[in-house]
Design a protein around this ligand. Structure first.
Ligand code: DOR
Ligand code: ZN
Length: 336
């Protein structure tokens, strides 16, 4: 049995830099036609020169693979309309991090005050630059995303022409918001479709499933599944594949992030098949992103075959999701 996915897209990806970039970029570049590249490097990407230099390093890391990195800037409150107009040809979106809520988000926004930030949001609306948001407050960990819904609503209502993407949503409340505001969209990760907090820490603590936002309750996972499996037009796949060295995961002070890039398509195919929704995977993993981001991906059909394989325990010094476990679908090759 075979499945062909036409130009899959990963609309939320951490490729890192240096040796890590060289180790991980090939996995996304092999299986996907393109990806939205997160800007939370150290220091973050906030100017065109470093963005283009980073893009060049990504191309060097993916070598001969045909793969489009869709670049993003790290949101700053002092971006001017003039700067944004210059940046527009080089970026697919701008990513807003509240200060300190996740890995390398220092330098993010202290307070999302829609009035104070309105010149940037107005300029982005005018230029049709999408705003991607890491939507968490600094409240109690299980409530952070739900508390952030009020900010999403305020943003959506105040800037109706701004395309807003709620990144890696984890709660049923965020799924509901999609119906309420036309300009709200969302990415959903593989891991949030598969795990709840129980998998992270209900038994023995599993640092490799620790991520931000933390996986939530069963009913939240069900709401995400309902949207993704039925190819809801406003949701798209974004892996949030976020590699960290094993020494940064298996330690006291474990870094947040799940490395899912090498297994993302295989596990998605298995999940969609299990629910009898395999025919909707194309929409979730490519078509919706094209519509939301108004992008035309390179033509890259990816063939998966129903064939068991064992996921390696590590890729260099990074442990992937499903390490040492068997998956039912394998990415075979590209057609062209
Ligand atoms: O788990 C996460 N890891 N969530 C994020 O938002 C950032 C990411 C990272 O960069 O490691
Ligand atoms: Zn992320």
């Amino acid at each position: 049995m075979r499945l062909i996915l036409n130009s899959p897209l990963d609309m939320h990806l951490h490729l890192r830099d240096g040796d890590m970039l060289k180790n991980v970029a090939k996995f996304s570049a092999k299986d996907f036609a393109g990806a939205l590249i997160m800007p939370n490097l150290l220091p973050p990407i906030t100017d065109i020169k470093s963005l283009l230099a980073y893009k060049k390093r990504i191309f060097e890391a993916v070598r001969e693979e045909n793969f489009t990195p869709h670049m993003t800037l790290f949101f700053k409150s002092d971006y001017t309309a003039d700067f944004l107009e210059k940046a527009k040809p080089y970026i697919a979106a701008i990513k807003l991090y509240p200060n300190g809520v996740t890995t390398n988000s220092e330098g993010g926004i202290e307070q999302i005050d829609t009035k104070r930030l309105s010149p940037v949001f107005e300029a982005m609306s005018e230029l049709d630059i999408p705003l991607c948001v890491h939507g968490e407050t600094n409240g109690f960990v299980m409530d952070r995303e739900r508390e952030f819904c009020a900010i999403y609503e305020q943003l959506a209502a105040s800037f109706p022409k701004l395309t807003i993407i709620m990144e890696h949503i984890t709660t049923k409340e965020c799924v509901k918001l999609l119906e309420k505001h036309e300009n709200l969209h969302a990415t959903i990760t593989l891991h949030h479709l598969l795990i709840t907090l129980d998998d992270v820490m209900g038994g023995l603590l599993n640092p490799h499933l620790f991520c931000k936002p933390i996986a939530k309750r069963y009913e939240d996972k069900e709401a995400l599944l309902e949207a993704a499996l039925n190819a809801h037009k406003k949701v798209m796949f974004g892996s949030d594949s976020a590699p960290h060295l094993v020494s940064k995961k298996e330690c006291c002070g474990c870094a947040a992030g799940i490395f899912s890039a090498p297994i993302a398509l295989s596990a998605l195919a298995e999940l969609f098949e299990k629910h009898g929704k395999l025919t909707n995977l194309q929409t979730f993993v490519s078509d919706n992103a094209r519509d939301i981001y108004k992008l035309i991906p390179i033509n890259k059909p990816i063939v998966l075959e129903k064939k068991e394989w064992i996921v390696p325990a590590k890729f260099d010094d990074v442990v992937p999701m499903f390490a040492s476990q068997t998956l039912k679908w394998k990415v075979k090759s590209r057609l062209n």
